[in-house]
Ligand binder design. Sequence first.
Ligand SMILES: [Zn+2]
Length: 464
Amino acid sequence: MAEATNSNLLATNRQIIGDVFTSDASYQLLLQLCDVCGNRFAGSPSERKAADTIAAAMRANGLENVHLEPFEITAWTRGTTTLRMTAPVERDFSTLALPYSPACDLTAEMIDCGGGEQEDFTRLGGAVAGKIAVCAAETGNWLTAKKVSHRTDKYRWAIAAGASGFIFINQNPGQLRITGSLFPNAPIPGIGVSWETGNAILRLAKHGDHPTLHISDTGTSQRVTTNNVVGELPGDGSTDEFIVTGAHYDAHDIADGAGDDGAGTCTLVEAGRALANVRGELVRGIRFIAFAAEEVGLFGSWAYRDEHERELSRVRYMLNLDGAGQGGGGSETMSLTGTPELAPFFSALAEEFSYKFDVVDRFAGHSDHFPFTLAGVPAGGIASRDARQGMIGRGWGHTEADTVDKVSLRGLQMAAILTARVLLRLSVTPDAAWPGRHRTPEELRQQVEENDYTESLTRSRRLP
Ligand SMILES: [Zn+2]
């Protein structure tokens, strides 16, 4: 089946590569999404405009049955946020409310909660009660760390310890205030600060006893309708199995969201264009989904999963593109989600494509593949990193620096080519050569337990 031993597949791959490398359609779409539509924050008019832009691009590219699938969310609108140290020294700081942070006027003592991991809160015990918990944002490299606790985990541990507020410190220098969503009806204020501000707060707090902060915020929440954008390429009719691929087109309200996940959205649409031009070669159909409202709680992918639950047993693989297309290409990783049987399959593709990409397997729950994973569908994602950054966690993501100038046409082309080639292979590989399998609810509950997701999924009533 390798390209080298299958002349038809080799010719199709050459067409895909040539097609993508002789077009700037992906970058033009990025400019449309970021410069014309805007930040695409969940539930905003900008997000709605982006949905229509993506649908138009999918139609122009030859995808079929392109349509919007509406669903309701609780959206949040940013107000004005202030942060002031009132003791032991007086100082004003620049900050951002985390989406869904409740409007507040809070004065309380602060406490240094280190990395904000569960063991930090266990160590501090009753000392956190009533205080504003100050902790680090992402503290590890997602691709190598066994587990990197998510912001919402740290926030919930702070609440469980009795905190009255929550401050999240970016771990990458550059005066970049970090954002990242809490959840609807979040009970205590949560704000993000830069590395420099976080360090100043922790340092100045040592100048006396009872360091005290004042936080005020005027954010609001409201119910609104938003839309996933869906398009398809049909298979040859020999099987009703199909492939799903997706990327979230929404972003945070403070930047272009060019890397997270404008680039992934453009990768999705460009891979669709390249595959539409070779549609006669497809065996299994491919469904392309641009998800809305990912950043504020995976609402788009949950809505899609709920609406299409009965079809999901026919999905061979869900390929998520959150973070694809960043950097200059050549640094892509396929991250599997608790499906080790697929690692040799994708590693072999890297060999057969003569295009190196890494394959890792880590059961991670914070992007649009996860609702599919929890429905038993084998799922994973392609993401690219900018090797020049030397930053941890999300890098420029979730800060005001996630801007168009960080993304290049070459990076988008490289990711679109890899994505299209992987999707083609997923479409044509016969069942006998496909090692993937769906998980049972029992298996999923065990994976969820082993990876510490039981508590959060029980709370959100999403346990398999
Ligand atoms: Zn993302």
